[in-house]
Design a binder for this molecule. Structure first.
Ligand code: PA5
Length: 469
């Protein structure tokens, strides 16, 4: 059993540290506790009523079994594993890989336990042609995992159709079907239809679980398991966090504190939420969080149907890189941000910094020190500087970065998002505003049924030369 944990630290948002103009007083935190405690109970009720099915994913025994079975089948025949997906169908896969596998995983066979992993979550002919020309003679050793609940998402569908044609031309219908695994809706939708007709191996995007809450389902688990990530530990970490985020004691519940503090600051005009990991390997988790937070909380209507146009803007930065890019603004620009640092206490790899040349004794202070000490000193230094300017800072500490703590982190932020949805009184599980852009693309690409919309788009499509400089 792994004992490493993630911990949520909130002292540096208090008035004690940054004063009453920007900090939270003891009375205000008590008010937040009173406001949030019934919502924790409500969320626990929602869960019992089956309204938050993502909460039960870490307890599902079927999915890891199915995933490991498929991973076991393909592992010998697979040197390259390619995920085709976008949004919630890709960001979790990328985050797990960056956090839990070595930096040179794809380049160095000695550093990897599974196939090379590629995730295509965009439409870019230059990127794809470069990849296809490399993969062209390795197709029989390459498995493509098309991840799409609907199968209609234009980006994923286009990538799939390109790959399909290439596989059919090079390997014929029998070879083609062997190289594709579809992760899709259990019963319906375009990709389910294609998969059934072609005879692909399939996994489920679980019913009632939105893409951005699906990383602990087959959506994220297959690429992780195949690439040597301990998915049992990942799920155990999520279960561990479940114990903590289900507590009705506000002060013992990290998701409740996190959601309440974020909500509080939004209402005080700090509407930008910066996630600032100080560990390169955590950087894609903040990308995953960015989607979770933005799609879940950015809403025009509240649950009563009233106009609210609400939602904190998630921004991601990376320590220390963005100290040299963003911190000038963060310290001296508008005090409209809440910072959430991610800090690692115990790095599994460390390096001692070498000696300085005799001619440059000014570098001697670095010599003989561990790189992790430098990184964490830079985090504390940046936090100190932000606090000096009365900027509120939270920190999520990782005792270590491993599958168990990453599972905890994912579950912590998913539940935080649900609680924030209740505080903002919005539906955190839909994304109606994404639809119009998707439909406009269908119209522009000539999809039958979208002719009327295509007409409406024409003024935007036509560039007015009078304004072109
Ligand atoms: O979180 C979401 O629901 C979205 O980001 C979807 O995952 C994304 O739009 C892809 O949809 P689909 O899985 O249907 O291709």
């Amino acid at each position: 059993m792994n004992n490493s944990k993630v911990h949520f630290y909130y002292k540096n948002v208090t008035a004690e540290v940054i004063g009453t103009e920007h900090g939270i007083t003891a009375e205000q935190i008590d008010e937040l506790a009173q406001k949030t405690t019934p919502l924790i109970e409500k969320l626990n009720e929602h869960r019992k009523a089956g309204k938050t099915r993502y909460r039960d994913l870490p307890y599902n025994e079927q999915y890891p079994k199915q995933v490991c079975e498929i991973a076991g089948q393909v592992t010998k025949e697979c040197e390259n594993f390619v995920v085709l997906g976008i949004g919630g169908s890709a960001l979790g896969n990328i985050a797990l890989q960056t956090a839990l596998n070595p930096y040179l995983y794809n380049l160095d066979p000695a550093q990897r336990k599974g196939p090379r992993l590629f995730v295509f979550d965009n439409v870019d002919a230059m990127q794809l042609t470069s990849f296809l020309s490399w993969i062209g003679d390795k197709l029989d050793k390459t498995i493509f995992n098309v991840v799409s609940k609907s199968g209609r998402t234009a980006e994923t569908a286009a990538q799939f159709l390109i790959i399909r044609q290439m596989l059919l031309e090079k390997l014929g219908p029998t070879g083609y079907k062997k190289q594709i695994i579809a992760t899709t809706d259990p019963k319906e939708g375009t990709m389910r239809k294609i998969a059934s007709e072609a005879g692909f191996r399939t996994l489920e995007v679980p019913d009632g679980v939105g893409g951005r809450f699906s990383v602990l389902s087959p959506v994220g688990l297959l690429s992780a398991a195949l690439c040597g990530i301990d998915i049992e530990s990942l799920l155990a970490g999520a279960r561990d966090m479940d114990q903590r985020v289900s507590r009705t004691d506000f002060f013992a519940n990290p998701a409740a504190l996190n959601a309440a503090i974020n909500w509080h600051y939004y209402n005080r005009g700090k509407r930008i939420s910066v996630m600032f990991p100080y560990a390169w390997r955590l950087k894609d988790l903040s990308d995953w969080y960015r989607q979770l937070w933005a799609e879940s909380l950015g809403k025009s209507k509240n649950i009563k149907g009233q106009d609210v146009f609400i939602g904190p803007t998630p921004v991601n930065a990376l320590g220390t890189t963005d100290q040299h890019s963003q911190v000038q603004l963060y310290r001296e620009g508008p005090n409209d941000k809440l910072f959430t640092f991610l800090q690692v206490r115990d790095f599994d790899n460390d390096i001692v910094i070498g000696a300085a040349p005799e001619s440059t004794p000014e570098l001697n202070y670095l010599a003989g020190k561990h790189m992790s000490r430098l990184l964490n000193s830079e985090k504390t230094g940046t936090e100190y500087a932000l606090l000096h300017d009365k900027r509120p800072c939270l920190t999520v500490f990782f005792d270590q970065v491993n599958a168990f703590t990453i599972g905890q982190f994912i579950y912590l932020f998913e539940t935080t998002t649900s609680l924030a949805g209740l505080l903002f009184e919005i539906n955190a599980y839909d994304q109606p505003a994404v639809e119009l852009g998707k439909e406009a693309t269908f119209a522009l690409m000539g999809q039958p049924g979208y002719e009327e919309l295509a007409e409406k788009i024409k003024p935007v499509q036509q560039i007015d030369g009078g304004y072109l400089v």
